[in-house]
Design a protein around this ligand. Structure first.
Ligand SMILES: NC(=O)c1ccc[n+]([C@@H]2O[C@H](COP(=O)([O-])OP(=O)(O)OC[C@H]3O[C@@H](n4cnc5c(N)ncnc54)[C@H](OP(=O)(O)O)[C@@H]3O)[C@@H](O)[C@H]2O)c1
Length: 329
């Protein structure tokens, strides 16, 4: 247990400001490390150190972050050394680096905010074991799936739809890369929104899994599946259109009630109905990170359990979907 936090990681009594380490803090492809670092500081944390896979590049990233954040950022030799010197670890590296981050957080007994997917599908068994380890030790583990934080906006924009059982969920996203990579990158998001809308039992089966274009270079693909929730069948579709740069499409449609993201200057986000009614949304990534810090500070076992349950189910559905689609992650 690191010295800055008090005796029990579940106690909710972290010394402020909470010291954060970011594994994979730069952006080589689509990484959100710099955004997550800023969100942590907005939530009252301080990013004291980072680590990457190569020291020289980590030095450069640390200098850039220090300039943005306005204070020094140290470089740790590796994930273990990073986790040992902080109160919370953010894992922003590519998925193949997540397991090392989870293991480092567990070794140091610090809570962890990990990018999606928690681990690549072929490491699902190891991922399940790590989720259990976080749960057993009362350590918070949150996966960075931010889109559920848009649902309160959906509810305000479609008040007449409140209280009705959900029959269908469609989501549209514009990932950077074509083909199966689009699906691997995006599935966690639609699963997290589904989980937020419909309480699902841990053993919920997947029904009628399909995709419209399994081609290696497909620029458009629609993944479909269904689940049976407490109020009956829910049909889910994920509509993917390759989109190398912003502004990328992002929309959510629940039972025909749709909202689309619009991006303004400085990445200001709002969501609008087809008839033009809309409202601004605080960056869902910031909302998620704020929630991570809120749960850390509260330190309640039920939130730790709730996150573990959600991440565990999402990992199972993620790996099962890819397997049924014949996609190797
Ligand atoms: N929640 C969202 O909406 C969202 C959006 C985009 C991405 N993501 C997720 O963010 C994660 C990273 O995205 P990406 O794959 O595109 O990342 P990336 O930009 O290729 O890399 C991000 C950072 O991680 C470093 N890195 C690479 N391999 C590493 C390793 N094994 N250990 C530690 N650091 C490593 C990179 O440094 P070097 O390359 O210089 O070594 C870079 O600084 C993925 O899990 C992705 O799914 C989430």
């Amino acid at each position: 247990m690191n010295a800055a936090a008090h005796s029990s990681p579940d106690s909710g009594r972290f010394r402020e400001p909470i010291r954060v380490g970011v594994l994979g803090a730069g952006r080589t492809r689509q990484g959100l490390g710099p955004f997550l670092a800023r969100a942590c500081e907005a939530a009252g944390g301080v990013v004291v150190a980072i680590a990457g896979r190569e020291g020289g590049r980590s030095d450069t990233v640390a200098c850039e972050l220090a300039a943005q954040l306005g204070h020094p950022v140290a470089v740790a030799a590796d994930a273990m050394a990073l986790a040992a010197q902080v109160d919370a670890l953010v894992v922003a590296a590519p998925p193949e680096g997540h397991l090392a981050g989870l293991d480092a957080a567990l070794a140091a007994a610090v809570p962890c905010l990990c990018e999606k997917p928690l681990v690549p599908a072929e490491q699902a068994a190891a991922g399940r074991q790590r989720i259990d380890a976080f749960r057993t030790r009362g350590l918070l583990l949150v996966e960075n799936c931010q889109w559920p934080f848009v649902l309160p906006t959906w509810a305000r924009l479609w008040p007449e739809r409140q209280g009705r059982p959900v029959r269908s969920l469609a989501m549209g996203l514009g990932p950077a890369w074509p083909g199966p990579t689009m699906v691997v990158d995006s599935l966690s998001h639609v699963l997290s929104v589904l989980q937020a809308l419909v309480p699902l039992p841990p053993d919920v089966p997947l029904l009628d899994v399909s995709q419209s274009d399994a081609g290696p270079a497909a620029a458009n693909n629609v993944v479909r599946f269904a689940v049976r929730g407490p109020a009956g069948r829910v049909d889910v579709s994920l509509h993917l259109t390759q989109c190398p740069a912003q502004p990328r499409p992002a929309w959510i449609d629940v039972d025909g009630a749709r909202i689309d993201r619009q991006l303004g200057p400085n990445y200001d986000q709002s969501f609008v109905r087809p008839d033009g009614q809309g409202e601004p949304v605080e960056d869902p990534l910031h909302q998620l990170v704020y929630g991570f810090f809120t749960d850390l500070r509260a330190g309640t076992r039920d939130r730790t359990e709730a996150h573990a349950d959600a991440v565990l189910l999402r990992l199972r559905l993620y790996a099962d979907l890819l397997q049924q689609l014949g996609i190797r992650a």
